[in-house]
Design a protein around this ligand. Structure first.
Ligand code: ASP
Length: 325
């Protein structure tokens, strides 16, 4: 699979980036001199998702706000039938049903989430609609689908022939344990910073392949799969959701940054919190990406094999993450 070929194309962010304001408009009238600052937008996503990153980045460069940009970026992968970890074509649960999870959070701290939704491809957009058009933060299952239909989303059969074939093969043994390896952890988490310097994020997934019916991981849980504090920064997770939830991983990273840690240090400490509860090297995978208000970025994972995508000023890179093992 293309996104699993982790080719390091650059090392742009080795030491983090400082986004400096550019002066855009200077009114000539000396008495009412008004200067508008514009920040250089950037996009940071889990895994190798060049097209999604590019779509979001181009939107930001056009002046679209961070949340709209992130939702439009991940929508590409949600529609991509070859991507079996997100949206349409995602791997089903053990009963053969595709159930999707997603959440969004914006620079004001508003958030929305949908859990275990069937037949709706663009669950990140749906989570945004929950945030913007309902008095609630979370809608689950049938209720989320009913809301989607009321908003004009088209119901679709999300079990692609490819995912169905893989599920049938899995059924031959029907191993009840979640498949815990790097190949199954490809949730897309995307953090965007726009021209106003506002941060927003999105997390979208089909969850663990062949999960128990009704299982929901970290990805749609605000604070676990995603957290944004526009004064501090943002973080997003991928990997075994149960372990991320137990340590409230994304919130933890933002709080560590609040205490003065860099995004890299905060990601490393959050992975450390998971590891310290294990006896020995875990056989599951978790990875985090994070950014702060200075535009510095960080990432860390338990095992090798995690990479992230970074877009800024028309340059789109896939960068291999540091890992503890
Ligand atoms: N975090 C997702 C979940 O636990 C899985 C993944 O990232 O692949 O549902």
């Amino acid at each position: 699979m293309r996104r699993k070929t982790f080719i390091q194309q650059g090392s742009l962010l080795a030491s983090g980036m400082l986004i400096s304001p550019v002066l855009l408009n200077k009114k000539k009238n000396a008495t009412s001199k008004k200067i508008m600052a514009s920040f250089t937008p950037y996009v940071l996503s889990t895994w190798n998702v060049p097209r999604a990153n590019e779509i979001a980045g181009a939107a930001l460069d056009r002046g679209i706000n961070a949340l709209e940009a992130a939702v439009s970026g991940v929508a590409f992968e949600e529609s991509n039938l070859l991507n079996t970890t997100v949206g349409n074509g995602g791997a089903p649960d053990r009963d053969g049903e595709v159930t999707l999870d997603a959440c969004v959070m914006n620079h004001k701290g508003d958030c929305g989430a949908v859990l275990a939704v069937q037949n709706i491809t663009h669950v990140a957009a749906l989570a945004k609609d929950v945030m913007e058009k309902t008095p609630h933060v979370i809608l689950a299952g049938e209720g989320a689908k009913k809301f989607a239909l009321s908003q004009g989303y088209t119901p679709e059969d999300l079990l692609s022939p490819q995912s169905k074939k893989a599920w049938k093969k899995w059924l031959e043994k029907g191993n009840y344990q979640p498949e815990i390896n790097v190949e199954n952890h490809d949730t897309i988490g995307m953090l965007c910073s726009d021209q106003n310097g506002h941060l927003s994020g999105v997390c979208t997934t089909s969850g663990l392949a062949y999960k128990m019916k009704g299982r929901v991981g970290d990805s749609p849980i605000i604070g676990s799969g995603l957290f944004i504090d526009n004064n501090i920064g943002g973080a997003v997770a991928t990997g075994l959701g149960e372990e991320v939830i137990k340590t409230v991983g994304s919130f933890l990273i933002v709080e560590l940054m609040r205490q003065g840690k860099s995004p890299q240090e905060a990601c490393e400490e959050a992975i450390g919190r998971i590891i310290e509860k294990q006896s020995g090297k875990p056989d599951f995978h978790v990875a985090y990406i994070a950014t702060n208000k200075k535009g510095e970025i960080g990432s860390y994972s338990i095992h090798q094999g995690f990479s992230y995508s970074f877009y800024k000023k028309n340059i789109n890179q896939n960068i291999i993450s540091k890992s503890i093992y």
